[in-house]
Design a protein around this ligand. Sequence first.
Ligand code: GH3
Ligand code: MG
Ligand code: MG
Ligand code: MG
Length: 317
Amino acid sequence: GCADTFDWGKQQSTGDLSDYRASNGGRILVVEEDAVLRRYLADRLTLEGYEVHCASDRETALTLLQRYDFQLVTLELMLDLEPEPRSRHGLLTSIKREFGLEWIPIIVLSGNGDVQDKINCLQAGADDYLTKPFQYEELSARIYRSIAKSRAYESMAFQDPLTGLYNRRYFDRQVQIEVNRAQNRLGNITLVLIDIDHFKAINDNYGHSTGDSLLQSFSSLLKASFRQADIVARWGGEEFMVIMPNTTESEAEQVIDSIMSKVRENPVLREATADYSITFSAGVAQWVQDVTIEDWIMLADYALYKAKRNGRNRLSR
Ligand code: GH3
Ligand code: MG
Ligand code: MG
Ligand code: MG
């Protein structure tokens, strides 16, 4: 059924760091006024392995969209979400115009089979349109295709090809979303900028392709060592930026400390022919009210600079 959802306080007090991103089937928002249909869709989709959240009004829908990353939205348009018929596509338009939400696939479920209505929805940004009554199996097939397509698109747009980590384009998008969430929930959020020490020497001594393999191993280690809710992105050559939601500077430092020990002990960074020991430095900066994202990044960058200046193989804030 519908995962229940809009109690910000409850989530926070448990110190819940569980993921914002649903993994396997995907996370779907069902916006549906009719309680019977809503429950039906939620149950069927849940059985198929999706994580389903439900909303029966505009406010709840927008709150949930702020709170979670959804892979798809089904949006019913018969409902009196909008006071005026003219703003019938208001929620659709809001979602498509909201920063970070514009790319979420939306399937409109409409009681109105009118061609002009379909055209209006598609023009307002709907990705697909089904007229009630529909067969569940058809909706299910359309959802599956839609999610598969947007995943393929996202991995092209947002994944670094060498390391498989998120790229900087993803970071730029997600950092704004996470800051909005932190603001709404009065939560903490911390940035970590990581830079491998003396990496140029690795390339110079062992060649560029060994350097590349090391970057891959190091990236896997980062991905495995940060928590599921953390967003690990490749920032530049041998630099990585991590967004840690619901995390203070001190908590971030504990996580990084443990990764540093892991890297010092080393066994992960092993090539077929030899072990390469590397170290890294990290700059940590917790977000503070009213700082711009640019300045926040500069704070992390300056903290990294301090860590380097103080001798590398360490973190600084
Ligand atoms: P520092 O401790 O000050 O960070 O020293 P460093 O040598 O790591 O720093 P610097 O920024 O001077 O050099 C980074 C090097 O990383 C330069 C470049 O040769 C190497 N590099 C950047 N991107 C890649 C890549 O994709 N593959 C490989 N193999 N090397 C890369
Ligand atoms: Mg560097
Ligand atoms: Mg450098
Ligand atoms: Mg470096």
